[in-house]
Design a protein around this ligand. Structure first.
Ligand code: AMP
Length: 389
């Protein structure tokens, strides 16, 4: 999820920027002001309660605000994230927001403060008042709204400064320039949220082709240690020669070699939305190594996909592959195929079991056609993106 609150005095341009941001980042817009105006127009109980306060430029009670926010969030469970405009406006509301985010198992990523001077704010609101038809866009009420802002809302900034998610933007620039600044801030924030997943499955389960397709579809970096090692073999590097001997005797490659390759890959990857690891980790030791490497990059594994295919189907697929051009050196004979399946069972299955305790594992039925299985995996990935904290 991506949750943002736009902050700033009345007239700072929060509404204008919101229109652009909700489109760009596919966010659900919650403007407490808009919701209250709708209640007012509908002459609901809540609207009638709030009417005189709004007309005077005061702040509606926190009790009313919590009700409308909670209701809106509840009615929109499947969104990419929320964009709050005009909320939180008091210290209590800052706590309310934090509580709501915890309840949804997410957090407020950014509080973007659009900064404009008081005089500019008055000027803009008077101008807006000529056409907005809002009962609170006249000078007396505007002054009162700004007083409320200075007394009750501005101190809320400290709450977010302490939590480290406050960012300021110069609201005196052109609308487009303000938008560009905000987009950059949001992109920066998003680049910290990577979806790192491991795709598990027996050799022949389709994890390689599925992983590749998913990587392409969702702009993830595909890290197939097997393919990286093959590349070394092809180039006939020192590592390549060593690896070839190991392969031919059906053994795994020492961890030191693979660590170096993965580190390189992570360091050289720019702008991907995360990594898909295939064929790694294969042992318990490697699972700790991978956690360590990602931690070094302030990241972690947040999704495990296990492709489930029954043994007879695996043998059938691997045997078929061994007779084609895409045969790997390690699936050239029945004996080796069986050896790989056995290795997977004894070494990798315990790793999957460990991951199951620590991570969110999705077991996907891989028995059907590639397209069907890809569709299943895609659904899982889309959900995972939504759940990224
Ligand atoms: P806005 O459209 O955000 O400028 O809000 C218009 C008016 O609605 C404000 O002047 C307040 O009276 C009321 N209001 C909107 N949001 C809130 C809030 N979060 N807390 C209290 N009052 C609010």
């Amino acid at each position: 999820m991506l949750n943002i609150a736009l902050f700033g005095p009345p007239g700072a341009g929060k509404g204008t920027q919101s229109e652009y941001l909700i489109q760009k980042f596919k966010l659900f817009y919650i403007s407490t002001g808009d919701i209250l105006r709708k209640e007012l127009a509908d002459e609901s109980k809540l609207g009638l309660e709030a009417k005189s306060i709004i007309a005077q430029g005061g702040l509606v009670s926190d009790e009313i605000i919590v009700q409308i926010i909670e209701k809106t969030i509840k009615n929109n469970p499947d969104v990419n994230g929320f964009l709050f405009d005009g909320f939180p406006r008091t210290f209590v509301q800052a706590y309310i927001l934090e509580g709501l985010m915890i309840k949804m198992n997410t957090k407020l990523d950014l509080l973007i403060s659009i900064e404009v001077s008081e005089e500019e704010s008055v000027k803009r609101l008077l101008n807006r008042g000529k056409t907005s038809g809002r009962l609170d866009d006249n000078e007396e009420v505007i002054r009162n709204r700004l007083k409320e802002y200075n007394n009750k809302t501005l101190p809320v900034l400290n709450f977010f400064k302490e939590r480290g998610n406050y960012v300021a933007v110069n609201g005196l620039q052109d609308i487009q320039e303000v938008a560009t600044d905000i987009v950059q801030i949001v992109n920066n924030e998003q680049s910290k949220k990577l979806l790192n997943m491991v795709i598990f499955g027996y050799p022949g389960s389709g994890r390689g082709s599925l992983g590749k397709a998913i990587a392409e579809k969702y702009n993830l970096e595909f890290v197939a240690t097997g393919a990286m090692l093959d590349e070394e073999i092809k180039k006939n590097t020192a590592i390549g020669k060593e690896v070839r001997n190991l392969y031919e005797s059906g053994q795994l490659v020492p961890d030191e070699i693979v660590i170096r390759l993965i580190e390189q890959k992570i360091e050289n990857t720019k702008n991907a939305k995360g990594f898909i690891f295939k064929g790694y980790p294969r042992t318990l030791v490697q699972s700790y190594i991978l956690d360590g490497i990602l931690k070094k990059h302030e990241s972690s594994i947040n999704k495990i996909i296990e492709i489930d295919v029954d043994t007879l189907e695996l043998i059938r697929r691997l045997d078929k592959r061994s007779q084609t051009d895409s045969a790997m050196p390690y699936d050239s004979s029945t004996e080796r195929i069986v050896q790989r399946l056995e290795q997977h069972k004894t070494k990798t299955i315990p790793v999957i079991e460990k991951y199951k305790e620590m991570h969110d594992v999705a077991v996907i039925d891989g028995q059907d056609s590639f397209e069907t299985v890809l569709e299943r995996v895609s659904l899982e990935i889309e959900n995972s993106f939504k759940n990224l904290k």
